[in-house]
Design a protein around this ligand. Structure first.
Ligand code: BMA
Length: 325
């Protein structure tokens, strides 16, 4: 059972007849094509949330100089997206513009009174990858906070509420390149700027034997937190990014109660296997309806386009338990 809001207008398709998988794809994937805004080389690894009866998002686009920026987007149905042509400007708390959001792999999380965006940025502009944090009350003007961690770190993913009075963020310490290692950690903060009390959450193993990183904002369920994550295995032909799932303890979410041994989605479709980086499914967001237990998973495919998949919470939770390592 999902603990959260009802979202009856979220996208949904029933599981195709004959399909026994815990997760199935939207039949009209990809939902965002690579060239949807004039400057784009590719649009992928993007985050969406519900707002005022419709939907908003922060999309990653790499331009034709292969520079990476974040862009605001809106949608009535969370499938057809209207993406701003210019990158998102960021402000400091004195209301001065401090430049546009450079970087990649955004996540968006509503906590208490505002939206937070976390993404992978360059520490002070050039010292190495770290996790940028900004907030907005209206999803129009975004205020940048201190970067969460020292380089090198990526995949900063917040919990949608404080736990034991603290903000919680996953991260995955990394390197300056295409990191051939990586465990998932969880850190605590009283104010979203000072991070500490670091906990280890998950190590790479099985199909994700190279690295694991948090994906969408965790989903609160009656027995804990449903975590959807990306995991990577390395082959003689490069890395394969698949999607995994686990259930974490509610009060001590660094404790993994069940980790699903098989992946729940693996690049098999042409738009996942062919693109700028082949064989990548990289989840950055979900939309959920508490009443029906429906989950829509937004993921970047082949570092080129945005795709959508669906799951039913009870079935997915049962699948994780039946197949736990
Ligand atoms: C990771 C990130 C992601 C990307 C993935 C596959 O390191 O850069 O943005 O989707 O590699 O290239």
């Amino acid at each position: 059972m999902i603990i959260g809001a009802n979202l009856p207008n979220m996208p949904w398709q029933d599981r195709p007849e004959g399909c026994k998988d815990p997760v199935w794809r939207y039949s009209n994937n990809p939902i965002v094509k690579r060239d949807q805004i004039p400057s784009a080389n590719s649009i992928f690894n993007s985050a969406v949330v519900a707002k005022d009866g419709a939907f908003v998002g922060v999309f990653r686009s790499d331009d034709k100089c292969m520079e990476q920026h974040l862009f605001l987007a809106k949608s009535e149905n969370a499938i057809d997206w209207d993406i701003e042509p210019d990158p998102l400007p960021l402000y400091n708390e004195k209301d001065e513009c401090v430049g546009v959001a450079c970087g990649y792999d955004p996540r968006v999380c509503w906590i208490e009174d505002r939206y937070y965006v976390t993404w992978c940025t360059q520490f002070e502009g050039y010292h190495g990858a770290t996790i940028g944090v900004a907030y907005s009350y209206d999803f129009k003007k975004f205020y940048r906070l201190q970067d969460a961690f020292l380089p090198y770190n990526r995949n900063g993913v917040l919990f949608p509420k404080k736990i034991n009075g603290k903000f919680m963020m996953f991260s995955r310490p990394s390197d300056n390149g295409h990191t051939p290692f990586g465990d998932m950690y969880l850190s605590e903060s009283p104010d979203m700027e000072h991070w500490g009390y670091h906990h280890h959450v998950m190590n790479p193993t099985g199909w994700s034997w190279t690295k694991v990183g948090a994906g969408p904002i965790p989903i609160e369920i009656d027995e804990g937190w449903l975590l959807i994550f990306h995991g990577v295995g390395t082959t003689c032909n490069g890395m394969i990014y698949s999607i995994g799932a686990a259930i974490l303890d509610k009060e001590q979410p660094w404790k993994v109660k069940y980790r699903c041994k098989p992946y729940i989605l693996h690049p098999t479709e042409i738009y996942e296997c062919v693109g700028d980086v082949p064989n990548v499914c990289f989840p950055c967001a979900t939309l959920c309806d508490a009443e029906t237990g429906r989950i829509a998973i937004y993921y970047g495919a082949a570092d080129t386009v945005v795709a959508l998949a669906f799951a039913q919470v009870d079935e997915l939770v049962q699948y994780i338990k039946d197949n736990a390592m």
